[in-house]
Write a protein that binds this ligand. Structure first.
Ligand SMILES: [Zn+2]
Length: 129
């Protein structure tokens, strides 16, 4: 499934501001963004591994580039009033296919996942799985 990065879309009909990222479809588009270092990539991947998996009922999606099994969940976290939504195992696209998320996503992952705003969001959405 391809959704351009930054599109305001949610998959479960919930209201709010959603920022889609990592739904790359069958190719990696050139990114305006770039990593600062190899270290930043591994720190990013380790951070997103802390994000709660939700919406497990949406059906499995596989990598459209290499066929790797990707799981059926989405990753959601909230920061700056927006909910960031990516596919489960989005790190596969980053590590295997060179996908670089938008700068806004990189910043929000580093600043947002441990934020009070996100902790409250997670607490209020315990039943989304
Ligand atoms: Zn792949």
């Amino acid at each position: 499934m391809f959704i351009p990065d930054g599109v305001n879309r949610d998959y479960s009909g919930k209201k709010g501001i959603f920022f889609s990222w990592g739904w790359i479809g069958n190719k990696v588009n050139k990114s305006e963004s770039s990593w600062d270092s190899e270290d930043q990539i591994s720190q990013f991947v380790s951070k997103i591994s802390q994000v709660k998996k939700v919406d497990g009922y949406m059906g499995r999606h596989d990598c459209e580039i290499c066929g790797e099994k990707m799981g059926s969940c989405s990753l959601k976290f909230k920061y700056g009033g927006k909910v960031y939504v990516s596919p489960d195992r989005v790190e596969h696209y980053i590590l295997k296919h060179g996908y670089v998320p938008p700068k806004e996503v990189i910043n929000s992952v580093f600043n947002g996942i441990d934020s009070e705003e996100n902790k409250t969001y997670v607490k209020n959405h315990q039943n989304d799985l």
